[in-house]
Design a protein around this ligand. Structure first.
Ligand code: XMP
Length: 510
């Protein structure tokens, strides 16, 4: 079943994924693609409307990103945001200039509520501005539809052609009624019906999987984490006993995790195979220090183990993975920079001995995956489990993995999780774990000099894995965790707390 789709064209702005989230939350499916692919994607997706994102450039700079003007001749409603508005104005014959001062932050705005874009909204509100340029002359056929003290034409429309634009960011929370603007664009201007809901997604994906897999056999890489568990539930519903779940214990799992995963899935009547492959993974990783190399080795070894298991099972046509949307983006899809190759995407080897890879969650953000899990009847406890990366503790035992430091990561992580549970923080903090670097520092223990590793604590809050804020942990919790790690984990003489948000840091250290 095809959903109504809105195409978000990416001009390099920082809020692009947020726009996509907002649109989906408003009940319309949406995808973000690089602006250069506009015409190709219009043809492929048959969108009901297009949103141009913001971006860091000035339209009058040489080589500034611009859509093919043919995009404006497709008869599709368009909403330009910030750079998107300026670019649309310039391409259509208007003029864009640099303002004497940069307008940044909360700005009072007066809306012309006669415009469909601002229908039903109060006339005065606050919007979030972040720009240097402004539209100094409107393209023919356009009128201004809102006003601020400092910026001429902060919102414009050409009603006949369904073209709209605003200088500010309706997608960020600081813009009051920003959601109403997006909602008006979708429902008043694009005439969306709103057919995107988790129930629909579950139903249509189950149907699509059934059709695709037919009489074939599927193997699923089950890690016990949220993504692969939800993928397992979807596939179980779609194809039942054609599905075999394989859980590769790579020796980089958290304390007792392997046994817990086995207990959770083997008991459900699903075909479940556990492969204990610790020795094999650690041998491949021995001496490897470069994070991307480590990720690739783990990803590749995973696939090899699957291939071997698949051969034992017989003809296996499909390999299923719980890849989600942020994994895809950050692995360099579209125009985004490659940040890390997530082991289930960029880490795939060139040659994979399966007919096809199925990734039923590829279009979903993390919180959408959780909603889908609940929709499919998975237990809350499993659905709300904190995310755990495919390469496991391998990217938290920094540099070349050694057994002593791997144990230190595992034991300190167990302590952190235990203390978070006692403090009730496991329900409120999104992700928390420990890291052990390769360097050591001097300490003193029982009057003797020690030269041991530090443990770094990380606790972040986040809704979709694209950005993260550091949790402001209360001192008593930090104190208890530190105290226990220093007493209970061999080879550790120091505990630090990582205060870096994403961006500039990422959540994992490697
Ligand atoms: P970063 O470190 O990129 O992490 O800010 C974002 C989120 O993704 C998790 N993560 C992974 N998940 N395979 C996964 O399935 C991976 O290779 C991987 N690497 C990072 C990370 O724990 C965080 O929640």
């Amino acid at each position: 079943m095809k959903h109504e789709t809105v195409l978000v064209l990416d001009f390099g702005g920082q809020y692009n994924e947020l726009i996509a989230r907002r649109v989906r939350d408003l009940g319309v499916y949406c995808e973000v693609h690089p602006y250069k692919k506009a015409l190709e994607k219009i043809k492929e997706l048959c969108p009901i409307g297009i949103i141009f994102t913001g971006g860091p450039n000035s339209v009058y700079e040489e080589g500034a990103p611009k859509v093919d003007p043919a995009v404006f001749h497709q008869g599709l409603p368009i909403l330009g945001l910030c750079y998107g508005l300026q670019m649309m104005s310039q391409v259509l014959g208007g003029e864009v200039k640099s303002a004497p001062t940069r307008e940044f932050g909360k700005t009072p705005v007066r809306y012309d509520t006669e415009s469909l874009l601002f229908k039903g909204m109060p006339q005065e509100a606050i919007c979030w501005m972040s720009h240097v340029d402004y539209v100094s002359r409107l393209p023919e056929g356009f009128t201004a539809i809102c006003h601020t003290a400092a910026t001429p034409n902060p919102g414009i429309q050409c009603k006949e052609k369904n073209l709209y634009g605003v200088q500010f960011h309706p997608e960020v929370e600081h813009t009051q009624f920003g959601n109403d603007i997006l909602k008006n664009f979708l429902y008043e201007i694009c005439h969306a019906k709103g057919d995107w809901s988790m129930k629909d997604y579950a139903r249509s994906t189950v149907e699509a999987l059934r059709e695709k897999i037919g009489d074939g056999k599927v193997l699923l890489a089950l890690s016990g984490g949220v993504d692969s568990s939800v993928a397992a539930a979807l596939l179980d519903r779609a194809v039942g006993d054609k599905l075999t779940c394989i859980f590769v214990d790579h020796g980089l799992m958290r304390k007792n995790e392997g046994d817990e995963v086995e207990a959770a899935f083997a008991g459900r009547g699903m075909k479940f195979i556990r492969v204990n492959a610790e020795e094999r993974f650690l041998a491949k990783l021995a001496g490897v220090t470069e994070p991307e190399r480590k990720r690739k080795i783990i990803g590749e070894e995973f696939i090899r183990v699957f291939e071997e298991e698949a051969k034992k099972i017989g003809k296996v046509d499909f390999l299923a993975q719980g890849t989600i949307y942020p994994d895809v983006i950050e692995s360099g899809a579209g125009d985004a920079a490659v940040i890390k190759s997530h082991h289930n995407v960029g880490g795939l080897p060139d040659y994979v001995d399966f007919k096809e890879i199925v990734e039923p969650l590829r279009l979903l953000f993390k919180d959408e995956v959780r909603r889908l899990g609940l929709e499919l009847g998975l237990p809350e406890q499993l659905v709300w489990r904190q995310p755990f990366p495919g390469p496991g503790l391998g990217v938290r035992c920094l540099g070349a993995i050694t057994r002593d430091r791997l144990e230190a990561v595992r034991e300190s992580d167990a302590i952190l999780r235990d203390e978070f549970q006692r403090a009730g923080l496991n329900k409120t903090v999104w992700q928390y774990f420990t890291i052990v670097p390769e360097f050591r520092s001097v300490g003193v223990r029982g009057g003797e000099r020690s030269f041991e590793y530090p443990v770094i604590l990380r606790a972040v809050n986040n809704v979709d894995a694209m950005t993260a804020e550091v949790e402001e942990l209360a001192w008593p919790v930090l104190h208890r965790v530190t105290d226990r790690i220093l007493r209970e984990v061999p080879g550790v003489n120091r505990v630090c707390y990582d205060l870096s948000p994403k961006p500039v840091a990422t959540i994992e250290w490697e």
